[in-house]
Design a protein around this ligand. Structure first.
Ligand code: ADP
Ligand code: MG
Length: 706
C-alpha cells in the first residue's frame, strides 16, 4: 500500500463507513478518501444565522436551534401520522411538525439538540414544518443547557470550537449528521496525508493570500467562524480555475505546436483598398479586434479564435477583412453558415462588401446543383475561387481546396462541443475563426472556451436607433395589435414568436397555429405566414423566403425561426409567453428587428401579472453583454453550463461573478507556464501536470487534437 492509501483508497475503508454507507456515498459521487475531503458542507449555521424562537411569527422562514423538551407521534383524523417535537431555546418554545414521518420518533429523543429550518405557520399556536433538520447533539452526549449561543462544551462541537455548524449534503439513508460524524472522524488523518502535498506553489499562495490546502479544507469542515470560510473557499476556487486554465492552455499550445500554420504577411493589396472603400470608419472595437486577428494570422502558429459580438456589431466586416488577408497572401478563405438561408445571406452581403476590390464570393450549398455545382467545385479546386461561402456540411464532405488558408464558421448562437470538434477536424493548417452572436460574460467565455483566443466586439456602430422594448401583461393585447396594424399599414413587417414548450412541441405548434388563425382574421389585408418545427424543410424555406422578399407581412413562428436572418424591413417583434425565454434568447429574438433605418419595437408579453426581474432587465437595455452579466447574476452559473457544454468546465467552488479576478490570474499563470514549457516537463511543472491529469482523468478527450 502506498502512503496515499486513505486518500486515494475507497471511502468504504474509512472509519465509520463500510460497504452499505459506501453505496450511499457513491450516490453523491464520493468514492475515495479525497472525494470525502472535498465533500464540503453546503451551508453553515451559527448563532448569527439562527433565529431566537421568541422572535418567530407565522409567515417567517425560520432557522432555529433548540433542545427537544417533548415529542411524540400524533395520529390525525385523516389517518396521517405526524411526528411532533417541542423545541426550546433561551427565549422560548415552539412546536415542530413532520406530517407523514412517524419514524422520526425512533431517531429523535428528548434532550437532543436540533437545528431545523422551515416555514412558520399558525396551527394551535406557532408551528414550524421543517424542510430540513439536523441533530446537532444527542441527549446522551451533552448536558449543556439549551442555548442559542452554543459554547464549545456542546458535545460534537468541542473540536470545531462549537460556533459554526457545517451542514453537509446528505442522501437517502445517510443523514447530515452521519456524514458529519464520518467526516469528523476521518478529517485529521486525511488532511494529514495531504499536508505536505499542496498542488499550488507556496509563492503563489503568498501572492494571492490564499491558505494552503490543508488549512483550507480544515477551515471548510471545521470553521472557527463564518469569516474563516470565504478565504478557504477562494483557495479551492483558485485551484479549480487554475487547473482548468492549465488544461485549456496546454490544449491550445498543443494545437499550435502540432501544426505549422500559415504566416499571412503579404502586402495589403486587398485589405487596404477594402478599408479605403468602406463607406464608414471601423468602430474602435472593430479596429482592436481586427488588429488581434491580423497579428494572429501573421504568426506562423495556426489561429484558433472566437469572435464574439452582438447582432449588428459588425462582425461580417471583420470577417471580410480576414478573408481578404488570406487571399492577398495567395490562399483561399471559406465562410460556413449553419443553414442554407444564412449562407445565401452571407453571400449577398459579401458580394456587396467585396465589390470595390473586385472579389466575388462563390456560393456552395445543397441547392447549388448540376452544372453550377460542377463549375463551383472545379473553381474551388483550381484556386480560382478565392472566397467561398457555404454550409458546414458541404465544405466538410466533398470540397477540395487548392490552398485553404482561413476557415470562418458563423455559428450565430453559442457554439458547443460538437462545433469545436468539427472545427478541429476541418483543420489542416488553416487558420480558424468562429463567430458567435451570443454575448456571454468574459468569465464564462474563459471557462468554456479558454483554449481559444477570444476577440470581442463590444460596441455597436454609431447612429443605431435602440430598439424600443416594452413588457406587457395580458390586458394590453388589443392595444398592441392596434399598434401592429399601424406598423403594417406603413409597410413594415413583424414577427410573432412562441417559446419552446418543453413538455411538448405539439403544444407549441398548436399555440402558434391558433395565433396564426387569429391574426389572419384580424389582419385580413395582410399575409400572415406560419413557421414551426413540424414543417418540412422546403416548406420552412419557402415561408422564410417569402418573408424575406416582403410577400409575407407577419411571420408567426416558434423558436425554429432562423437566429441570423436579416430582414431590414421587419420592425416589430412580439414575443409570446416571454417568461419562458432566457435572457440570451430574448435578446437574440429582439436582434431580428432593428436592422433597417426605421425605428423598431419589441414587445414581450408575459402571461402572469407578477413583475419579472428578467423581463425588466430585458427591457432596460439593448446591450447584450450587460444582459449576459445580468443573466449570470439572476440565474446563477449552474444553469449556464448547459448540457451541450463539455461538462469539463462545471465549477464546484468558483463563482464566475465573485472570482473574476482569480480567474484572470489563473489564466495568466497557466498561459505563462505553458508558453515556456508546453508539455509541462520542467521541475515544478510536472507536479502541476500530474494534478491536472488526476483531476481531468478520462475527460481530456475533448481537447485532443486530430
Ligand atoms: P454582425 O455580423 O455582427 O451582425 P454586420 O457585420 O452584419 O453585423 O453589420 C451590421 C450592419 O452594420 C451592416 O449593415 C454593416 O454594414 C454595418 N456596419 C458594420 N460596421 C460598421 C461601422 N463601423 N460603422 C457603420 N456601420 C457599420
Ligand atoms: Mg452578420
Amino acid at each position: 500500500m502506498t502512503p496515499r492509501s486513505l486518500l486515494s483508497g475507497p471511502v468504504q475503508y474509512l472509519k465509520g463507513v463500510g460497504p452499505r454507507r459506501a453505496d450511499r456515498f457513491e450516490q453523491m459521487n464520493v468514492r475515495t478518501g479525497r472525494d470525502l475531503l472535498y465533500h464540503l458542507p453546503h451551508r453553515y449555521e451559527d448563532a448569527t444565522t439562527v433565529d431566537p424562537i421568541s422572535s418567530l411569527s407565522p409567515g417567517d422562514d425560520a432557522t432555529v436551534i433548540g433542545t427537544v423538551v417533548s415529542k411524540g407521534v400524533i395520529p390525525t383524523r385523516r389517518r396521517l401520522r405526524v411526528f411532533r417535537a417541542v423545541l426550546k431555546d433561551d427565549t422560548g418554545m415552539i412546536e415542530c411538525a413532520w406530517p407523514g414521518q412517524p419514524w422520526l420518533d425512533r431517531s429523535i429523543t428528548k434532550g437532543d439538540r436540533l437545528l431545523v429550518s422551515g416555514p412558520v405557520r399558525f396551527f394551535h399556536g406557532r408551528q414550524i414544518q421543517p424542510r430540513e433538520h439536523t441533530v446537532l447533539s444527542r441527549a446522551a452526549e451533552s448536558d449543556a443547557p439549551p442555548s442559542i449561543h452554543p459554547g464549545p462544551e456542546d458535545g460534537d462541537f468541542d473540536r470545531s470550537g462549537g460556533q459554526v455548524f457545517p451542514v453537509y449534503p446528505a442522501t437517502e439513508g445517510l443523514t447530515h449528521r452521519q456524514v458529519r460524524t464520518i467526516v469528523d472522524e476521518n478529517l485529521d488523518t486525511l488532511i494529514g496525508e495531504i499536508s505536505d502535498d499542496d498542488p499550488l506553489p507556496a509563492a503563489w499562495r503568498e501572492e494571492l493570500s490564499l491558505p494552503d490546502l490543508a488549512d483550507a479544507l480544515l477551515a471548510l469542515h471545521r470553521p472557527d467562524s463564518l469569516d474563516s470560510i470565504e478565504p478557504a473557499r477562494r483557495r479551492l476556487a483558485f485551484e479549480e480555475l487554475f487547473f482548468l486554465q492549465l488544461l485549456h492552455a496546454r490544449a491550445r499550445a498543443r494545437l499550435r505546436l502540432d501544426v505549422e500554420g500559415i504566416s499571412f504577411t503579404a502586402p495589403p493589396d486587398l485589405t487596404a483598398p477594402f478599408l479605403a472603400a468602406l463607406p464608414f470608419e471601423l468602430t474602435a472595437a472593430q479596429e482592436r479586434v481586427w488588429t488581434e486577428i491580423e497579428t494572429d494570422m501573421a504568426s506562423s502558429s495556426p489561429m484558433n479564435r472566437l469572435l464574439q459580438g452582438d447582432v449588428g456589431s459588425g462582425k461580417t466586416v471583420v470577417a471580410a477583412l480576414a478573408m481578404l488577408k488570406a487571399v492577398e497572401a495567395g490562399h483561399q478563405a471559406v465562410l460556413m453558415a449553419p443553414t442554407e438561408l444564412l449562407a445565401e445571406q452571407h453571400e449577398r452581403t459579401l458580394t456587396t462588401l467585396l465589390e470595390p476590390v473586385g472579389a466575388k464570393p462563390v456560393l456552395l450549398t445543397g441547392s447549388v446543383t448540376g452544372k453550377a455545382r460542377q463549375y463551383a467545385l472545379q473553381r474551388i479546386e483550381s484556386g480560382e475561387a478565392a472566397i467561398v461561402v457555404g454550409t458546414h456540411a458541404l465544405i466538410q464532405d466533398t470540397v477540395a481546396f487548392r490552398s485553404l488558408g482561413l476557415a470562418i464558421v458563423d455559428e450565430q448562437h453559442r457554439f458547443g462541443v460538437e462545433q469545436r470538434r468539427k472545427l478541429r477536424e476541418m483543420g489542416g493548417n488553416a487558420d480558424a475563426l468562429v463567430m458567435s452572436a451570443t454575448p456571454i460574460p468574459r468569465s464564462l467565455a474563459l471557462v468554456l472556451y479558454g483554449d481559444l483566443d477570444i476577440s470581442v466586439i463590444d460596441e455597436l456602430p454609431p447612429g443605431r436607433k435602440p430598439i424600443v422594448t416594452g413588457v406587457r401583461g395580458p390586458d394590453s393585447r388589443d392595444a398592441a395589435f392596434e399598434f401592429l396594424q399601424e406598423q403594417l399599414s406603413e409597410g413594415r413587417q413583424a414577427y410573432v414568436v412562441y417559446p419552446v414548450i418543453e413538455e411538448s412541441e405539439v403544444l407549441e405548434v398548436r399555440a402558434a397555429t391558433s395565433m396564426h388563425g387569429q391574426l389572419e382574421k384580424r389582419f385580413s389585408d395582410f399575409v400572415v405566414g406560419l413557421l414551426h418545427g413540424r414543417l418540412k424543410a422546403a416548406e420552412k424555406d419557402d415561408v422564410m423566403r417569402r418573408f424575406l422578399t416582403g410577400d409575407v407581412h407577419v411571420l408567426v413562428a416558434t423558436t425554429v425561426i432562423e437566429v441570423g436572418i436579416d430582414v431590414p424591413n421587419a420592425t416589430v417583434m412580439f414575443i409570446e409567453d416571454a417568461e419562458r425565454f432566457g435572457l440570451a434568447q430574448l435578446h437574440q429574438l429582439r436582434g431580428r428587428v432593428g436592422r433597417g433605418a426605421d425605428q423598431s419595437y419589441c414587445v414581450a408579453f408575459q402571461s402572469g401579472r407578477e413583475p419579472s426581474e428578467r423581463l425588466a432587465a430585458f427591457a432596460s437595455t439593448n446591450d447584450g453583454f450587460r444582459l449576459a452579466e445580468e443573466d449570470l447574476r439572476i440565474r446563477g452559473q449552474g444553469d449556464l453550463f448547459g448540457k451541450d457544454q463539455s461538462g469539463i468546465a462545471t465549477l464546484r467552488f468558483a463563482d464566475l461573478e465573485r472570482d473574476r479576478k482569480l480567474l484572470e490570474d489563473a489564466r495568466r499563470r497557466a498561459r505563462a507556464i505553458v508558453a515556456d514549457d508546453p508539455e509541462l516537463q520542467a521541475s515544478g511543472h510536472a507536479e502541476l501536470a500530474r494534478e491536472m491529469e488526476e483531476r481531468y482523468a478520462g475527460r481530456e478527450a475533448l481537447y485532443q487534437v486530430g
